[in-house]
Ligand binder design. Sequence first.
Ligand code: KMH
Ligand code: ZN
Length: 271
Amino acid sequence: MEKLIITAALTGAEVTRELQPNLALTPEEIAEDAYQCYLAGASIVHIHARDEEGNPTQSYEVYKEIKEKIEAKCNVIVQPSTGGATWHTADERLQPVELSPEMATLSTGTVNFGSDVFMNTEEYIEKFALRMKELGVKPEIEVFERGMITNAVKLLKKGLVEAPLHFDFVLGVPGACPGEIEDLMYFKQSIPVGSTWTVAGIGRYELPLATVAILMGGHVRVGFEDNIYYTKGVLAESNAQLVERISRLAKELGREVATPDEARVILSLKK
Ligand code: KMH
Ligand code: ZN
């Protein structure tokens, strides 16, 4: 089985310091958090930037600062979000792609997101995919519902994304697909042969889905964006603590953990 890629989703757009006191907010804090996760075994860090008040921002400048600060510390793959927060405009959301990162997220459908709507019309999706293609940015296709896989395959047929595709199954978002093992199985068997995939289980779904993904040859995403707890009712001390647990589990289950350069090969990254 190929080595395991662990992604650390450090902050997300929804978590606050009130909910998770160890949340990184400033570029310095986010870069240090990324570095600690890298040391714990993460080969990708999924980034959402925050402004000076700690609110989500898709500012090019803030992402640039974060990216540069992380790259000064280690060679982890920096994967900015193009999802941002539900209230960001499409143009705001697209800004970090202009930094030409190795990867960025690409959500391929609209979905209920808690009490909000995470809007991804066909027009947005194609615009985002085209810009990523022009800049050589590999999309991680974020899948919250089954139809988003169909939409990704449509992009492939139109030449807006290139095979092999890489998917992230985000399972357990309130309002969207739950994160039972059957849901993961259904999504996994629906993607084109030769694709790679990772799973981001939200909240209580994180650990069971991560364990199954390790056994099935998939990859794993953990971090405060998806889950702020270590065990039921007990907050995690850090993102690195959540990454460390996955590294440990993988070793126990006989799966080696990929370095960033090994992840680059597994994901066919070009840069
Ligand atoms: N914050 C969510 C509305 C992504 O990063 O690409 C969208 C999200 C997806 O987190
Ligand atoms: Zn995200």
